[in-house]
Design a protein around this ligand. Structure first.
Ligand code: KIV
Length: 268
């Protein structure tokens, strides 16, 4: 089980899964908010390429570069003591195994990340094998993969059709086999998330994927209700539950642990 006094590691996450303890995750982009995330006892902090939208003001994460992620990672690392720091590999920073290795090394050596996240299915098997064989923990992001938004034609639920659902399950199994330590499912039907969760033995984290997974992740700005424009279905404003930022983050953490979040209104 997780110990509030000890840093969260990959081993902690695997033990939490085995014990049935839900894993709480959130994004952060700077040291001050990272310190609040840490104080709220949230298990994993992601420097997501969502920063392209919520920090830089773009409509997609495509403009985000490896230098941007390294910069924000360094800041977030200074704010954390306990939470595991995961860093996104941005668009086109892992097009081949050698490039992926170089960029993942930057995120860890310069940025202080303890794990990297990349998007895509079986196409990424060689990239994931190359990184995990060299001691780089990898989170494999499936479902709605925002870096492919132009190819997908928008931000939509993925895996609704049987063949797409079967392919996603095969992707998850292939990436686990390649050494991935976590699967992250974004905007997939809850029944498919459950199928994938039953099939793999590594932790499965969801966002808009229903409650039948090992943990949840949200974008910090959605939790604090500072995202402009149309809110994603899975978003929840926790500032109404907590009196301040720390209170909101503690409320989110508690609801993930007690499986009160996501509610039925947040997925499907
Ligand atoms: O970039 C990001 O914030 C993400 C989460 C939405 C999972 O990938």
């Amino acid at each position: 089980m997780s110990n509030p006094g000890l840093p969260v590691t990959i081993r902690t996450l695997k033990k939490m899964k085995a014990a049935g303890e839900k894993i709480s995750c959130i994004t952060a982009y700077d040291a001050s908010f990272a310190a609040q995330v840490d104080a709220a006892q949230i298990d994993v902090t992601l420097v997501g390429d969502s920063l392209g939208m919520v920090v830089q003001g773009h409509g997609t994460p495509v403009p985000v570069t490896i230098d941007h992620i390294v910069y924000h990672c360094k800041a977030v690392a200074r704010g954390l003591q306990r939470s595991l720091l995961m860093a996104d590999m941005p668009f086109m920073s892992y097009s081949d195994p050698e490039q992926a290795l170089r960029n993942a090394a930057r995120l860890m050596q310069e940025g202080g990340a303890q794990m990297v996240k990349l998007e895509g299915g079986q196409l990424q098997v060689n990239v994931v094998e190359n990184m995990t064989a060299r001691g780089i923990p990898v989170c494999a992001h499936l479902g709605l993969t925002p870096q492919s938004v132009h190819k997908l034609g928008g931000f939509f639920v993925q895996g609704k059709q049987q063949d797409a659902a079967d392919r996603m399950l095969e992707d998850a199994l292939a990436l686990e086999q390649a050494g991935a330590d976590i699967v992250l499912l974004e905007c997939v039907p809850d029944a498919l998330a459950k199928r994938i969760w039953e099939a793999v033995s590594i932790p499965v984290i969801g966002i808009g994927a229903g409650p039948n997974v090992d943990g949840q992740i949200l974008v910090l700005y959605d939790v604090l209700n500072v995202t402009s424009g149309k809110k994603p279905k899975f978003s929840k404003n926790y500032l109404t539950e907590g009196r301040d930022v720390l209170g909101a983050l503690q409320a989110y953490n508690r609801e993930v642990k007690e499986v009160l979040y996501p509610g039925v209104e947040h997925y499907g």
